[in-house]
Ligand binder design. Sequence first.
Ligand SMILES: Cc1cc2nc3c(=O)[nH]c(=O)nc-3n(C[C@H](O)[C@H](O)[C@H](O)COP(=O)(O)O)c2cc1C
Length: 395
Amino acid sequence: MVNENYTQKDGRRLFEEDKLRALADPEFRAIYEAESSKKRTMASIGKGTQMELINLSNYETLAQNHIEPAAWDFIQGGSDDEVTLRANHSAFEHIWLRPRMLVKGSTSNLSTTVLGTPVSMPILLAPAANHGLAHPEGECATAQGAALAHTLMTVSTFSTRSLEDIAASANAPLWFQLYLYRNLEVSAWVVQRAGAAGYRAIVLTADLPRLGNREKDIRNNFSLLSHLDLANFPGAEAEENHYYIPFTPTWETLDWLKTVTSLPILLKGILTAEDALLALERGVSGIIVSNHGGRQLDSDIASIDALPEIVEAVAGRCEVYLDGGIRRGTDVLKALALGARAVMVGRPIFWGLAVNGAEGVHHMLEILRAELELAMILSGHYSLDTIDRSLVKYI
Ligand SMILES: Cc1cc2nc3c(=O)[nH]c(=O)nc-3n(C[C@H](O)[C@H](O)[C@H](O)COP(=O)(O)O)c2cc1C
C-alpha cells in the first residue's frame, strides 16, 4: 500500500534501502553487474570512432571504411543476382515469435555444448577464407576474439595464418574446415596436422565443387589467390588449377576422411532432407545447414527455410547447425526454435576484425549474445532447453 504521507525524501530513502537490499542478493547483483558492464564495453569500443557500435549493422557500416573496395565486394557479395544472399535475410522476416508471458525466471543461461565441447552460447564462428583481408593478424585475431567470448571458431583451409599458429594464439575451441586439395595425400596431411594441433572436428564443405559465379569479383578482376597467403600449404604455389579446380568431394570422400582422422566429422552446405539422410548413413556427427552465405548456387533455398526438413529427417541422430544471415539475437532464437543446436556467423567476423581486431570480433559476439539473452527473456525462455518449435509461426 502506498503511504500518501511519504515525502519525496522518504521515497528516495526507501528506494536507496531497497537498492542496497537488492544488491545484497547475489542473483540480482549478477544481473545488475552484467548490465552495467555491457554498457561500459559498448561505450569504450565506440570511443574514437564516428559512431556508437550497438548492433552488427553498425559494424558493417564502419568496416567498409577499413577494407579495400574489391576485397569488400568479395566479402559481401553473392553469386549471380544475389537472390539467395537476400533471401538468407528476408526469410527470417516471415518467421514470427510466439512469446510466452509471466514465466518465472531471472537470468538466462546460454551455455551449451557443441559435439561435447562446452561453449558459452549457441553462437559460433563459420569458416571463412582470408581473414587477412580485414586485419593484419588475420585468423589469430579472430581466434582471440572467439576465446574472449568463450565460443568456438571454425578455421578455413584457406586461412592466412597456419592452422598451428591459430591454435597457439588463443585457447578457443577450434574446428577445421576442409577443402580438398587435388592431391588427397596433401589433404590427409592437413587433416592430421589439425588433429595434432588440438582441433576438435573436421568440417567438410560439400557445396563448392566449383566456385559460384560471383559477378562482383569478375567485374573487379578480384582473384582470391592473388590476395591469399596460403599459410596451410607452405611452399605451395597458388596456381589456379590447385585451388579453383579442387578435388570435388563425393559421398565416398566421407569414407576416405574417416580413414585419415578419428575426429568427428561435420558436413557443411546441406540443404535437403535427402542429403541429410545420406550424411547420417555415412556416420557424420553433425550437419551444417548452409548455402555458403548465398555465394554458390543462386536461388538455392535460404538456410533458415531448409532447416526444418533437415531437423525432421535427422530426428536427433546428429547435431544440426545453421549459418546464413544471422545478424540479430532474434535470428538466433528462431534457428534454435527450429531445431539448430547452434548457429554460425560468417561476414560479421570480417566486420569485427576490420573495426577493432580481436576486440572487434569479441564485441560483435557479445552484442549477439546480449540480443539473444534479451530475446529469450522477452519470449519467456530462461533456458535453452525450453526453446522449441512452438516459439515460431510462419506468416
Ligand atoms: C568472405 C567469405 C569467405 C568464405 N570462405 C569459406 C571457406 O573458406 N569455407 C567454407 O566452408 N565457407 C566459407 N564461407 C561461407 C561461410 O562459412 C558461411 O557459410 C557464410 O558466410 C554464412 O553466411 P553469413 O555470411 O550471412 O553469416 C565464406 C564466406 C565468406 C563471406
